[in-house]
Ligand binder design. Structure first.
Ligand SMILES: Cc1cc2nc3c(=O)[nH]c(=O)nc-3n(C[C@H](O)[C@H](O)[C@H](O)COP(=O)(O)OP(=O)(O)OC[C@H]3O[C@@H](n4cnc5c(N)ncnc54)[C@H](O)[C@@H]3O)c2cc1C
Length: 380
């Protein structure tokens, strides 16, 4: 029977980044992806990378991720196309301003000193298409930005393979073997594999991987959609990623056009990934309020993918104590592209060194049993 020190289920950004971090430390890694690498949520992602979160642990994690994105090409030999155009959060309610004042204090305390307040008139200069009539204030962090999900995923995958990791596409994991209270291996459509450590990196499908091991992993899939315009010079290449916090409508430059997205907060969980044009109409109504010029922009393409959402919008990172050898790196709740680089490095440290350079216990699976949930509020 084939064997591996560590089996990774799922070859999105998380699985590929983890395969790299483990293989570079000489761990014998076998990754199974049932489709092609990076083809699911990772391939549908808008590429945003930010540090402006409400929960301190997310800010700390993201400061590390940004460093890893900055050094990605040097480290892996592959481009990340990381462009630090900044993120501008546009606030229109007094309560949001109050909440973000607390956020800003915390950001500065943990070292995100470059984050700052921007008033409406400065925001209008930074983002010429923005309607600032009702804007009470904005926060801006210039080291946030956007990167290429396809480049980063294939960069990690190629670097992992160079370090000896085996990454197999088109192989469905169909079962997890458990005996004596611990993981013994996985069953796949292509045969069984013995391993004492299995990482669940299955994104929106991670609850099904949990069920294979008799565990309830609380991750639900939610459809999220984006649309991209044709050439649109009114939003220049250095226009910050701009988020209308009240509605979640956001946009950033994409090639010579603009990528726009918004969360449908009414639609329940489900695996549908067809484009809902009625919802995109609503998104354009919002565009016409916040950035009127965008409402007239022609759509070149649109697509939908899945967020992988936990009850507190925080990732689940680390070992699951109920079953020895079963680890989770899933449930990123729409922040997985930006969080995976740091999460992978820290999980590899926790597995191999028993401690990580940044504490990831706030993301532990045990929080669901103890009820100690701290909700991330800066969710788009
Ligand atoms: C429209 C949209 C915009 C987004 N924008 C952003 C953004 O700007 N910034 C950001 O950070 N995040 C964003 N996200 C979220 C981000 O895409 C995800 O959080 C991230 O890609 C999750 O990565 P993952 O590797 O955990 O999951 P995935 O990329 O979904 O990978 C999981 C893989 O597991 C595989 N798999 C599942 N079951 C099995 C099995 N039984 N056997 C083998 N393989 C299996 C799947 O085929 C899949 O490829 C966005 C998401 C969407 C949909």
């Amino acid at each position: 029977m084939e064997s591996a020190d560590v089996v990774i289920v799922g070859g999105g950004i998380m699985g590929c980044a983890l395969a790299y971090q483990l293989a570079r430390r000489d761990v014998d890694v076998l990754l199974f992806e049932r489709d092609t690498l990076g083809s699911q949520s990772t391939g549908k992602c808008a590429g945003g990378v930010r540090q402006q979160f409400s929960m301190e642990a997310n800010v700390r994690l993201q400061r590390l991720s940004v460093q890893l994105f900055e050094n990605f090409e040097q480290e892996t030999g592959h481009p990340a196309d990381f462009r630090q155009i900044g993120y501008l959060f546009v606030l229109t309610l007094p309560q949001q301003v109050e909440d973000f004042r607390h956020n800003m204090e915390m950001w500065h305390r943990v070292g995100l000193s470059e984050a700052r307040w921007v008033d409406a008139s400065e925001a209008a200069r930074m983002v010429p298409v923005l309607n600032v009539e009702d804007v009470l204030g904005c926060t801006f962090c210039p080291t946030d930005g956007i990167a290429s999900p396809a480049d980063v995923t294939s960069g990690y995958a190629q670097a992992a393979r160079r370090h000896g990791a085996r990454l197999k596409e088109g192989v469905d994991v169909v079962g997890i073997d458990v005996a004596g209270g611990r993981v013994q291996g996985v069953r796949t459509a292509a045969g069984d594999v013995a391993s004492r450590v299995v990482f669940n990196c299955a994104g929106a499908w991670s609850s099904s991987i949990g069920r294979m091991a008799g565990l309830e992993i609380p991750v639900l899939p939610y459809r999220r959609q984006v649309a991209v315009t044709g050439s649109f010079p009114a939003v220049p290449r250095n226009n910050p990623m701009t988020v209308d916090f009240q509605t979640s409508f956001y946009f950033h430059p994409e090639g010579d056009g603009v990528l726009m997205g918004m969360s449908d907060r009414v639609e329940g969980p489900g695996y549908a990934t067809d484009v809902n044009w009625d919802f995109l109409e609503k998104m354009f109504e919002q565009a016409s309020r916040r950035a009127p010029a965008l409402a007239g922009a022609g759509i070149k393409t649109a697509w939908a993918g899945l967020y992988e959402t936990t009850p507190d919008h925080q990732a689940i990172l680390g070992p699951v104590p109920e079953l020895e050898g079963f680890w989770c790196a899933a449930g990123f709740s729409g922040h997985g592209f930006m969080q995976a680089p740091a999460a992978a490095l820290l999980l590899a440290q926790l597995l191999l060194d028993r401690r990580s350079e940044i504490d990831i216990t706030p993301f532990a699976f045990t929080r669901f049993a103890t009820g100690s949930l701290v909700h991330e509020r800066n969710v788009i």
